[in-house]
Design a protein. Structure first.
Length: 264
């Protein structure tokens, strides 16, 4: 499989580059960075700080290298993600996108692109996080009339809140209850803010270099169930992203999910 990594200097892109470069059967053919960065033109091994070169350049124009690849992995920004989607669709290339913060209309564009290419939009590519999702679904279905609150913690450079993973947890809970998350979601509280029955609460903490932490609270009378996932680094997410690329490389056009990668 020939792979392009978008954002190889990013906190996820560095680990994706490292893990993909070590996988048998994967050849990284290029990286793509933002226009104007001082590392454009350098080897992706150097840019991702692998301590070696691997013979793949980092460019600032995906179109200039896209025909050399089978799959694109993009964990960069919303803006670059949308450009990667447009290029992948135009050139018939498979795309794994793990960026978060897309609007509903932008998410729809990913689903629309599935008519032409194999595509996956995965807010969280950790295997254990996806097992957590399954446990949360079961808890939401079995716990009955309890209050649900969702807490996500990330580093102080994360741009969107709540996280994409937290939003996915909210959707899982809402679906299990047969309600609309848009109608039931409450994002933080301030001042006089009594809890309305049935609300799904979201709270986001940002600080330091916290990689990722999510806790879902199911709160009943005199008892509380907590389902939590902590990440020690972004390597678990990067490994899942590379797994997803290997999974999707020979798939026909369509919209795929990370759960299919892990058999969940």
């Amino acid at each position: 499989m020939k792979l392009i990594v978008v954002g190889p200097r990013g906190k996820m892109g560095k680990f994706i580059t490292e893990i993909a470069s070590q996988r048998e059967g994967i050849e990284i053919v290029a990286g793509v960075g933002p226009v104007g960065r001082d590392y454009i033109g350098k080897d992706i091994g150097e840019v991702a700080m692998l301590g070696k070169t691997i013979g793949a350049p980092v460019v600032d124009d995906l179109e200039s290298v896209i025909d050399n690849c089978d799959v694109i992995i993009d964990f960069s920004t919303v803006e670059m993600g949308m450009r990667s989607l447009a290029a992948a669709r135009a050139h018939g290339k498979a795309l794994i996108c793990g960026s978060t913060g897309f609007t509903p209309d932008q998410v729809k564009e990913f689903h629309d692109a599935a008519a032409d290419i194999p595509v996956m939009l995965a807010a969280n590519t950790s295997k254990l996080v996806n097992i957590m999702f399954k446990l949360i679904q079961e808890a939401a279905e079995l716990s009955g009339d309890v209050d649900v609150e969702i807490l996500d913690m990330h580093d102080n450079t994360k741009l969107d809140a709540p996280s994409g993973t937290a939003k996915e947890i909210g959707e899982i809970v809402a679906d299990a209850r047969g309600v609309s998350l848009e109608e039931e979601a409450v994002y933080g509280r301030c001042g006089v803010s009594p809890r309305r029955h049935g609300n799904i609460g979201f709270h986001s903490l940002r600080g330091g270099d916290i990689p990722s932490s999510h806790t879902t609270y199911f709160v009943g009378t005199s008892e509380r169930l907590e389902i939590t996932h902590h990440s020690g680094s972004f390597k678990s997410f990067a490994a899942g992203a590379v797994d997803a690329a290997e999974f999707i490389q020979d798939k026909p056009k369509g919209f795929y999910t990370i759960k299919e990668v892990f058999g969940l």
